[in-house]
Design a protein around this ligand. Structure first.
Ligand SMILES: Cc1ncc(COP(=O)(O)O)c(C=O)c1O
Length: 391
């Protein structure tokens, strides 16, 4: 049963870009935490939600964290990145991927994405490798997998680790294998703009077993408290430089309920994604606008639906047109190589014109579980009423 309030469902109410889904057991779960005297991390809901996450991603090891940003920072620490090291990452991604590298003192080496999917360009990754390269950080943009055959081959040839930012990709797959299982370490987001959320939240999936013990230590303030709680040491103490990356049980209580509704949430989101794809196909062909598509060897996650205009002026015009029609569309990342921090903590060996073009032409449409059919139809009608200047 969908518990999301039908806010914004009035005929002329603006249609928001994103709205957190409310799953069935959140309040009951929260009440259980409130009366349990265990509100800090690693309680019953953390355990239960972790098992559900492992089920979806087929992971052997996962740790819930306070955010995807923190999971990425944990990954940077685990890989022992430091000054003099380089990590290759796409310019078109969320700043947290770069922050996690810069915090260690390593250098961000930005490369382009491809113009069709917004995923890291494997050819440019291969060309950016130097003796200082330690890792490749990739993002499954919009829940569509990067080409892991190509990235995996480059990583193995040069002995590099792969950090997989799977913030958008829970439930997606590449050649039948779940996303989150490809990186040496993978990060999930449960921010309330994501398909599954706990307000703020994340997880680190540890695909290489040797990292697990230290991952638990860094996540637990640099102590071996996790070993102590399992009875593996009789006292716990400071053993490494750590932080407090645990998810609170309040958040885990909500997350566990959300994960229990995973199939329902995904079915609702796919209904909207498919309706956009079908309802806009003819208009897009006439208007010279490209719709998001997905390669046949990948399953996406209906995390977002984007259009790609022919130029930046049309992006600006389409966003303004949608706003006037009461529909909140939006652009996405500003390329990091052009950002103030990107210039300070990163470098690039060429002009990243594709990332710029992708960013300047992208328009994302509202997509959230709980949108009514009428709202979806209103979005489609509003988009179809737009004519690019050049068409
Ligand atoms: C690709 C990607 N990675 C990481 C993040 C950061 O996630 P969080 O808010 O959970 O730290 C985001 C945020 O939207 C994102 O889009």
């Amino acid at each position: 049963m969908t518990m999301s309030p039908g806010v914004g469902a009035g005929q002329n109410d603006p249609i928001v870009f994103s709205r957190p889904f409310r799953s069935a057991h959140e309040l009951a779960n929260l009440e259980r935490v409130l009366v349990s005297d265990h509100a800090h991390g690693d309680g019953q809901f953390t355990k239960s939600a972790t098992e559900k996450l492992k089920g979806i991603t087929h992971a052997d090891r996962a740790l819930l964290t306070s955010s995807c940003t923190h999971a990425l920072e944990l990954a940077g620490r685990l890989l022992d990145l430091g000054p003099g090291d380089e990590v290759i990452l796409p310019s078109f991604t969320f700043p947290s991927a770069a922050t996690a590298i810069a915090l260690t003192g390593a250098t961000c080496v930005f490369v382009d994405v491809d113009l069709r999917y917004g995923n890291i360009d494997a050819q440019q990754v291969a060309e950016a490798i130097t003796p200082k390269t330690r890792a490749i950080s990739v993002v499954n943009y919009g829940g569509v997998a990067v080409d892991f055959d190509a990235i995996g081959a480059i990583a193995s040839a040069h002995g590099l680790s792969v950090i997989e930012d799977n913030a958008h990709g829970l439930g997606g797959s590449f050649t039948g294998r779940p996303l989150g299982s490809f990186g040496t370490l993978a990060a999930q987001s449960f921010h309330d703009t994501k398909n599954i959320h706990s307000g703020e939240g994340g997880a680190l999936i540890v695909n290489e077993a040797s990292f697990m013990e230290r991952a638990e230590i860094i996540r637990e303030k640099g102590t071996n408290r996790s070993l102590f709680l399992r009875g593996q040491v009789d006292k716990y103490t400071w053993v490494d430089i750590g932080s407090s990356f645990l998810m609170s049980e309040y958040s885990a209580a909500v997350l566990d309920s959300q994960l229990a509704s995973f199939d329902e949430i995904q079915a609702l989101r796919f209904g909207i994604w498919d309706a956009y794809a079908a309802g806009l196909a003819e208009w897009a062909a006439d208007a010279g606008i490209r719709l998001m598509d997905v390669p046949s060897d990948r399953e996406h996650t209906a995390h977002l639906f984007f259009l790609q205009t022919a130029n930046h002026a049309d992006q600006v015009a389409l966003l303004a047109h949608l706003r006037a029609a009461g529909v909140v569309g939006t652009f996405h990342y500003i390329p990091l190589d052009s950002s103030p921090a990107g210039r300070r903590y990163g470098r690039t060996s060429r002009e990243l014109s594709v990332s710029k073009a992708f960013s300047e032409r992208l328009v994302r449409l509202p997509l959230w579980a709980g949108m009514t059919d009428a709202q979806v139809e209103r979005v489609i009608a509003a988009v179809r009423a737009f004519r690019p200047a050049a068409s």
